[in-house]
Write a protein of this length. Structure first.
Length: 78
């Protein structure tokens, strides 16, 4: 399913079936899509990033906010 077809479906559901719209948005967000809607009900959908692992080989998150603060001062403990 392409991004444009997702946008068209979300625009349609937002107008005609709000319950199904909310379920569809939650399902898409769960798999990584970002969904934006303006005041007139038109949507913008951003596909999830591919190939960026969330965890390294040690099970630590790759987007570690402490890494910027501490660097490798503690041997990567944080």
């Amino acid at each position: 399913m392409g991004v444009q077809s997702i946008i068209d479906e979300l625009n349609r559901l937002y107008t005609f079936d709000i319950d199904k719209y909310l379920k569809e948005c939650n399902d898409l967000k769960r798999i990584g899509y970002k969904i934006y809607r303006n005041d007139s009900g038109q949507h913008k959908v951003v596909e999830p990033q591919r190939g960026v692992p969330k965890y390294n080989a040690y099970g630590q998150p790759t987007d570690n906010p402490f890494k910027d603060l501490f660097g490798d001062i503690f041997g990567g403990l944080f």
